[in-house]
Design a protein around this ligand. Sequence first.
Ligand SMILES: C[S@@+](CC[C@H](N)C(=O)[O-])C[C@H]1O[C@@H](n2cnc3c(N)ncnc32)[C@H](O)[C@@H]1O
Length: 309
Amino acid sequence: MPAPGQDADATLVLHLRRARSRARAAALAEICSVLREEGAKPAPGGPLSEVKGITWATLPESSVSALRATSLRLGYSERVDLVRGAESVAEARATVRWKGRDVVLLPIYDEPDAELRPFDPDRRPFLLECGDGVVRRITGYRGGGGPLERRALPVVDARLLVNLVASRRRGKLLDPFAGAGGILVEARAAGWTTLSVDIDPALRFGLAELAEEHVVGDTRELSFETKTIDAVATEPPYHPSARDAVLAAVPEISRVLRPGGRAAMLLHPDQAPSVRTAAEASGLLGELDVAIDRKGTPVVCLSWVCAGG
Ligand SMILES: C[S@@+](CC[C@H](N)C(=O)[O-])C[C@H]1O[C@@H](n2cnc3c(N)ncnc32)[C@H](O)[C@@H]1O
């Protein structure tokens, strides 16, 4: 229950990472997804509106204690503050003015970019079958020269996708275009049991280390049973030659997802219209549809919940 004079909803201030400082809608969708069960929602405004790269969410005061116990791993926000009335905070802290009163910003999450660096694709080791057939542990593997071999998604984007399919019950999360496994690394760290598919056999050793089950296969025909996967997060190849495979993957993703399970994809903007249509036809209900400027690389992030949940 809110104390007398206290709002029924608590406000959260999100400080976006510099590299994604304009991706407010995605950052908000991310935290609202992670705190879905706590009732988090986008808020129209809050403190620090004069500062670049800030946005706001609310959640019921009754969820604040659950929030403090939640360990966040956010991609697009580097810090999240809980807004409290200055009079309700015992220790002396800097205040800011908001809605005509002094408030205090209590950090509930703070993970600067520097702390993500060890997980960046250019620092991570990956077990790869090299051209001479020898399997080597390569540091900084980012894919080959072919149009379908560009791999190594930035950590912040991998986290975004994993967070968009969050659910309190962590079951099996599948990446059906797994590449160098960036999404699997984040999914595992978030507590999921990871499954992966990639058509390139050279990746099988590295992905077998990152997934409980790895399949060398084609996402157009997944080998998993119907309705057995709890979540899908993936980044298919952006090259136009992958168009048919990406489109054919959508009904397969819908087939293997359990009702109520979620899927999220990062796509080239040219892929988005046909993927939207295919998803709708496959019983996936759209949740997020935003354009993101990844420092000069435009992408579209789509997410869905599987009908019938
Ligand atoms: C953009 S990469 C994924 C990058 C990954 N998110 C990462 O962090 O490294 C796309 C992957 O899809 C794989 N791929 C392409 N066509 C496929 C298909 N039909 N079925 C399964 N995998 C496919 C490629 O081999 C490539 O590794």
